[in-house]
Design a protein around this ligand. Structure first.
Ligand code: UN1
Length: 505
């Protein structure tokens, strides 16, 4: 494939449109900042409306060819991409820690999730199962096949800057769609590396297009463009509502993956040591910046004091720092605005009457002053209706709610607008099964925290977490393809279903 390649560290990271690395039409650029140090990691072309339109047009042209490439052949390119990601795992993880801030072990996990997803979904190239079924008329065949939808706009967040783009783009491609990819402006480097890998793996021009830039220009153009058939968006519920409203006016397909307010329930018979480990990991892993983060603990009164003592001690001992330092437990928040948002929620929690036990302020000692660090924070005496127990904070803030029994725990868990992930710690098999039935979330864990979903199971949530779709697993194909039912009549005569009688003798 003769495509002009960009060096791995260009002066300006360009947009990728119709198989070419190009500057933004406006010539504008923006800086990519390391959230731990404030250092500039690279200068990126700042796409706008015109670039987004050109990308959509390129994707539309490419669709006519790509949809006809046999799916196993499409998948061969994706398998090659998976191999390239695997080869570059360590480099990508180090870049990710610098760009996004998560600690290196977690950055490796993020890349690994992308590898797993790419291999798993590439395997669908030789499945993409539809089905055949008998027709009700004689000499007639009936089958349902999966057809691609067209041009997909993939609008992705910064918190899983490698994994989440693979969740959207790889299934879109295997199913025969073409893509315009708009990554979050905080993590354009990971997007650049991913698209370079797809290019190297041999994806034809126009099949993947990359436009960095603001949601207000690039994102808006994509969601409004008549040639975009499907929008897959991960981000806030507020933005999700906007995307759904705009796209709904044109009856575009929309897949939304939005907020969470996930809880870990700890019953009186739980293994408390295990629960503490899991809660710390769920609440403060990725600095609380996962949709699946556990931001509420719902604890049975009988074990409340023991659990809180242990959580408070352990939370206070977590080490903040640069994620490249192996001593670091918790990295920075993504940007200044995130620090302010998290801090405003801490103020709200105090005003609402919750007791602040640990943290509750930005961390500015020594080197930390250069980055966006916030102390891991623990609130107790939280009431289920308080805003800190209802709204997604997306930072290292954990709220402990005390309950009297199992039924109340389930009610409190379900008493929020969101429904992504939930967890229960109990040794009672009856309670465990009741919880599996009654927890109103798309993901339920028993004796495990709220994070760590695996790629071959459906991922997504109920209520305001989404719009009923799931990504990951084979369920992703439901988003990225449409059912086409095909009837073949080989009787040689007009046979009217539901009207003509069929003689059986
Ligand atoms: C997200 O936070 O948007 O289950 C995704 C998990 C990860 C994915 C999180 N595998 O925590």
């Amino acid at each position: 494939m003769a495509v002009a390649q960009q060096p791995s560290r260009p002066d300006v990271y360009r947009l990728y449109i119709d198989g070419q690395w190009v500057d933004a039409a406006s010539g504008e650029t923006f800086e990519n900042i390391n959230p731990a140090t404030g250092e500039v990691l690279g200068v990126f072309a700042k796409g706008g409306e015109e670039d987004a339109r050109r990308a959509v047009e390129a994707a539309r042209r490419a669709f006519e060819r790509w949809r006809k490439v046999p799916a196993p052949r499409r998948a061969e390119i994706l398998f090659r991409a998976a191999e390239l990601i695997l080869q570059r795992k360590e480099t990508l993880a180090r870049q990710m820690t610098q760009e996004m801030g998560k600690v290196l072990a977690e950055a490796r996990g993020d890349v690994q999730e992308g590898i797993d997803m790419t291999y798993f979904i590439a395997g669908e190239g030789r499945r993409l199962y539809g089905y055949t079924t008998p027709a009700e008329m004689p000499d007639k065949a009936a089958m349902a096949v999966r057809a691609p939808i067209g041009v997909v706009a993939a609008i992705t967040p910064w918190n899983f800057p490698f994994a989440i783009p693979t969740w959207k783009i790889i299934p879109a491609l295997v199913a025969g769609n073409t893509v315009v990819f708009k990554p979050a402006s905080d993590t354009p480097w990971m997007a650049y590396e991913f698209v370079r890998i797809l290019e190297e793996a041999g994806l034809p021009k126009g099949v993947i297009n990359l436009v960095y830039g603001p949601g207000s220009t690039v994102g808006e153009t994509l969601i409004r463009h008549p040639e975009v058939d499907l929008i897959s968006f991960t981000g806030s519920s507020e933005m999700g509502r906007h995307v759904a409203q705009v796209a709904g006016a044109d009856l575009k397909r929309v897949h939304l993956e939005l907020g969470g307010k996930n809880a870990v329930i700890v019953m009186d018979d739980a293994d408390l040591d295990l629960a503490v480990e899991a809660i710390l990991w769920s609440a403060f892993g990725t600095t609380g910046q996962r949709c699946t983060a556990g931001s509420r603990v719902i604890v049975h009164r009988a074990v409340r004091d023991r659990l809180v003592d242990e959580l408070a001690q352990r939370t206070a001992r977590l080490r903040l720092g640069n994620g490249l330092d192996p001593e670091t437990d918790v990295g920075p928040l993504i940007n200044r605005a995130a620090v302010e948002k998290v801090h405003s929620y801490v103020e709200i929690g105090k005003q609402e009457g919750a007791t602040l036990l640990v943290g509750g302020e930005p961390a500015t000692e020594g080197e930390l002053a250069r980055g966006n660090f916030y102390k891991p924070t623990l609130f107790v005496d939280v009431k289920p209706q308080m805003r800190i127990a209802q709204e997604e904070i997306f930072g290292p803030v954990l709220s402990v709610i005390t309950v009297e029994d199992f039924d109340e725990a389930i009610r409190v868990n379900n008493g929020v607008a969101y429904g992504l992930s939930s967890a229960i710690f109990t040794r009672d098999v009856q309670k465990a099964f009741k919880a599996m039935r009654d927890l109103d979330t798309g993901i339920v864990y028993v004796n495990h925290g709220t994070i760590g979903a695996e790629v071959h199971l459906p991922f997504g949530g109920t209520k305001a977490t989404g719009n009923g779709h799931r990504e990951a697993g084979a369920a992703a194909l439901e988003v990225y393809s449409e059912w086409k039912s095909i009837y073949v009549d080989f009787s040689g005569r007009l046979q009217r279903a539901q009207i003509d009688e069929v003689k059986v003798d």
